[in-house]
Design a protein around this ligand. Sequence first.
Ligand code: FES
Length: 286
Amino acid sequence: MAQKEIQIKEVLSDEIVKKVKFKVKKFDPEKDDKPYYAEYDVPVWRGMTVLDGLLYVKEDLDGTVNFRYSCRMGICGSCGMFINGKPRMACMTQILELGTDVIEIAPLPNLDNIRDLVPDSTPFFEKHRKVKPYLIRQDVKEQENPIGEYYQTPEEHEYYSQFSFCIKCSLCYAACPTAASDPEYLGPQALAQAYRYSVDTRDEGFEERVMVVDDPHGCWRCHYAGACSEVCPKGVDPAKAIQLLKGLILKYRLGLKKKRKGAGVIPAHPRPGVKKAPKRTVVQED
Ligand code: FES
């Protein structure tokens, strides 16, 4: 049988296809002076991800290895790691697709390290919060006591749809050369979210957000390296969002951006053809 056929047959079977070496960066601040790499031999079968490999290491070889994960399906954003020199989601990275026999795994750069592969994401989420990533309405009363949904057409939804896929995994932040050199830089994730909410037709908070992003450590620090968009596991393209945000700010500063009134509220009474929602099965207590 030709070599290629043998390879394909091996890959299609449920058997172990090969063994790879996991080189995992370890660091326990209570015991170690500096980080070091520990090596583990991991059997690989078809469909196995780097996260599966790490779980194998933890369960069968070394229970002290620390890493974050939750959903195992690219949704929660918690398994971001520096795998073979690139920020990737461990649960979305197929070992066989890496095409190497040695897999080096380290915590995400541009964030402090808590232990082993666990980064300290606090500054990342603080920056995210800073840009007010939620709908802001001038009528606070109406926002706090909503009486219905806001109007939005499918075309208006398209303005920001792509940028709303962010899962806050911080891969873009870890890949960003500007975040590496300026710890105060807001970073691609926060800036992309600032744009996402600013072009949402239901939002009235651009003036509040612009105070944060139009700053020496805000969107003007972006040099458009594009590394953020390259590593984003959800195709959000933060680099594009930041350039669009710059345009929005310029228009605003030149007085060319019209102050927008947020979309109105759809009357709460049932619309023709729309069924009434069923009664709640669980009543919330105050
Ligand atoms: Fe949730 Fe990987 S474990 S994204």
